[in-house]
Each structure stands twice: as C-alpha cells, then as structure tokens.
Design a binder for this molecule. Structure first.
Ligand code: MG
Length: 272
C-alpha cells in the first residue's frame, strides 16, 4: 500500500477520472521540468484518465502556455488540456448575461479572448453591462482611470483571479488581486473573483468535462489557492511540497490537503 507523507493510503487516487493540475511548482519550476512529470502525464493517458492544466494566470494565452510546455519538454499537449481563469470568466459571464457589452481591462491576450465571445470595449462606455478585469501586465494609468470610472457606474464587476502577487525571475509583482485592491481603495467596490481558491473555476472545469467531484482530484503546491479551491468545491486535493509550501506550512495551515506528497513523481508508483 502506498502512503502519503502522513501515512494516509493513496490508493483512492487510482480511481480518479479527472486530474486538475497546477503547473508552476507542481510540474515544473520556472523553466525546469520536474523529474517524473512527463512520465506522470503519460501514466494518466495510459490508464485512460483525463487531465487539465488549471491556471489562475489570465495574462497569457493558452498558446503561450503550449509554447512554454513544449520548450521545457512536455511536448504534444493540446489546447483543450488547459483551463485558465479567463475561460472560467467567459463561462460565468455567458451564464449570467445575454449578449453583454463587456468593459475589459487586461492584456491583449485577455481582451482578444473575451472578444471571441462578447462585444468588448476597452474605453469608458456607459452602455457597458459588465466589467471584466484580468491580470494586466500591460497596465497603464489611463486603463486604471477607465476602470475606476466604470466601477463607479455600479454595473456588475468581475475579476479573473484573487492572487496578490505573481512570482517572476526578478521577484514578486502585483497580480490581479492587488490591482483590484487599489481599485477597491479608490472606489469602495471589490470584484467577484473567479479563479482559485473560489470554487467557481473548479465547478466550471468539472462541468466542462462532465465529471462528478468525487471522480476528480486537484494537485498543486499552494495551500491558499490550489488546496483551498478543492476544499471550497468539495474535491479531493494533493499538496506537493515541490513548490511554495513546506511540510511546516501544511502542518500549520487551516487549509489541509486530503493528501500530502513530496513530489509529483511519488504518484507514478500508484498509477503504474
Ligand atoms: Mg503553483
């Protein structure tokens, strides 16, 4: 019997039909693919399980992720295997609005994706029905001004992900959560966040694949996003200690994963 770091039997993982995978810190770190990551994905394919790369990052397109995975040695992945907070936002907006005019603030990749589904404006527009903010690595003061004016109109306000910071090669930079916090200080309004740890994104993925929550498992390295999203959505979780969280973090956190393992490669033995 294979056990996790706390002696818990891992054999239930074998029965899971859908694996929701975090990427950075789980399958790779920066540009470095983890040992066993490729074999892990192959083992899932071989046993007929599905997997989806779930990311809160709304600044990059799926194409950019495909290029990255290809570059670090995960070749031949399909765009259908990705689920971004932008896709989850599109799904939520479709469920709540009919033919809305969306005021969108984000990167070119973000606004282009929204424009595939909705009428979009990037300027202040009194006709807009809803505000959609993404992690904007192309932010300007003019965009901030437009967004605050839009928020002041009182129309529904969504944002892709509540992350405070995004790690980069040069340290942390403000992510979508921090940007929206500055708008909250300016306008008094906070958005409805879509991405992890909110359950909306996980529920949207399960809906897309037609999978019950009991048949899914979330694997990630962050307790307050990956693991908490599973807790909030009622889906089993595996915390890998190869990224942001240490064993001490798991022990002191209120957000306890269902299982804790050191490394994605520890699951290979279960699957093969
Ligand atoms: Mg991660």
């Amino acid at each position: 019997m294979l056990k996790d770091n706390y002696g818990k039997d891992l054999s239930a993982i074998k029965q899971k039909k859908l694996f929701l995978l975090d990427m950075d810190g789980t399958l790779y770190l920066g540009e470095q693919l983890f040992e066993g990551a490729r074999e892990f994905l192959k083992a899932l394919k071989d046993k007929g399980a599905s997997y989806v790369f779930v990311t809160n990052n709304s600044s990059r397109s799926v194409k950019a992720y495909l290029e990255k995975l290809d570059r670090i040695g995960l070749k031949g992945e399909k765009k259908e295997s990705f689920y971004t907070s932008t896709e989850a936002l599109v799904s939520c907006l479709k469920a709540s609005f009919t033919d809305p005019l969306v005021y969108a603030q984000g990167t070119k990749a973000f606004t282009t994706e929204l424009a595939r589904h909705f009428r979009v404006t990037e300027e202040f527009n009194r006709e807009a029905n809803v505000i959609a903010v993404g992690f904007d690595t192309e932010l300007t003061f003019e965009k901030m001004q437009n967004t605050c004016r839009m928020i002041d109109t009182g129309i529904p306000y969504y944002a892709t992900n509540p992350d405070w910071v995004c790690p980069t090669e040069n340290g942390f930079v403000p992510d979508c959560g921090s940007m929206c916090y500055s708008y909250e200080k300016a306008t008094g309004r906070a958005p409805i966040f879509i991405g992890k740890p909110r359950p909306l994104m996980i529920e949207a993925v399960l809906g897309k694949f037609g999978i019950n929550k009991d048949d899914a498992v979330i694997i990630g390295d962050r307790l307050y996003t990956d693991i908490l999203s599973g807790i909030n959505a009622g889906v089993d979780t595996i915390c890998v200690l190869s990224g942001e969280s240490s064993a001490e973090d798991v022990e002191s956190s209120e957000n306890k994963p269902t299982y804790t393992i050191n490394h994605i490669k520890d699951l290979l033995k279960i699957l093969t």
